[in-house]
Design a protein around this ligand. Sequence first.
Ligand code: FES
Length: 511
Amino acid sequence: MSEIQLPQFPEPYWREMKLPTFEKLTTSIKADVGIVGGGITGITAAYLLSKQNLKVVLIDSDEILNGTTGHTTAKITAQHGLIYDEFMKHMGEEKTAKYYHAAIKAKEFIKNTILENKIDCDYETQDAYVYTNDDNYIMQLENEIKAYGKLEISGEYLSEMPLNLPVKAAVMMKDQAQFHPLKYLKALVQASKDNGVEFYENTTAVDIEYNKHPNIVTKDGHRITCNHVIAASHFPFYDKQSFYFARMYPERSYVLAINSKLKYPGGMYINAESPSRSVRSTPGEKGALWLIGGENHKTGQGESVIHHYEKLEDFSSKHFEMKNIAYRWSAQDLTTIDKVPYIGAVSKGESNVYVATGYRKWGMTNGTAAAMILADKITETPNEYADIYEPSRFQPDPSVRKFIEMNADVAKHMLKGKLDFSNNELAQIKPDEAIVTRINGKRTGVYKDKEQTLHAVDTTCTHLGCEVEWNSGDRSWDCPCHGSRFSYEGNVMEGPAKKPLAKVDIKSEHG
Ligand code: FES
């Protein structure tokens, strides 16, 4: 391991800038369109719909741009790893071509919007590379470039790349792009505000009620009555018996922003094998920042989170003459059963409530494509790409729920652990650390903050009863089953769970 220190707290480089703030919603209101989620999908949809003279209200349970969009590596590319050969085999050439063209249209939309609004957001055209240093993946890369040929994607098969990494083969996609996502979206928020969009922060949507129109119900009991709802909250806050949690799996990944002694050679890179590695650069105040990402694993199922950062640190020292680590952060992404996002009506036959989710790691193009598709649906404009994303392409299977409940139950019964905690055990927790113990027979997570205050929660996830695990890198309790995340105080940070973890009162429990 290198001598270089990891930053103590996770903080994405993108959020260093000043962002607008908005009040909480304190009354019931009406709108044509209610949008839940202030990331790239929600904000782009608000921007597009406000240009059509629709009254749009956007709410976010936290601050806007603090979810997945604020934690991305922000590559604007149709090269979503090795997918085109796989998609051609699974869904045929025509649908695969639609997926590619939807991503390219999204890329063009971003570029045109930047030009139109004169947005200064470090936009640069870059070639994208997927590479391998593992013989087992060479055939996949060869098949991928053949798929590029059939789809008329401009690219090349290479045996070396501008970036100096050990490589056996690479597939390059020409003229993709990168930018500073929050500089871009801040400008879209301003333009949307100028068009009359109302934004509310710290306003959590908990349900939709139907009267004549759908009403978004907030945690505080206010209602947004609207003609259309877009659930762009990463995990859909509203499911309508569609079992999204059983049709997607959550993965976490990590990013370091480093300064290097080397000059960045250009390009955006991702490898094909595990452990995953992704590299791009962005202009920083002290010269180029290299964004080194990877170490993907299923949420709640990894080793100690800090080890993932340390592995990226080792990789950066070994290959890029790292000087220092300026930022570190992590992200959670959702992947659907067939790797194509769910964009469209939340359930079959529904024409007023839409979801957009399951972007894997490719939220800049998939999120923008989703906003364009949903804006077209609402304004009843034909969209040639919409059909491939329809969430109803998989029929929800209620038996899946049963299966998961059963598994969760088994998992609970298989829990190993102590019969009960001792004072000594709690005293030994170091500040900013957590343990899992048993209090009165119940599995309990205890976190000690820097002021030595203990925060204890029941570790049973309030979604379907799996047991959450401590995420030391982000100080959260993460559920391995469907990716719900809770703060150390038990509050929901990420769904599908809607209710907080039950707090455990250590003093009274311990007498
Ligand atoms: Fe489903 Fe925890 S049991 S997210």
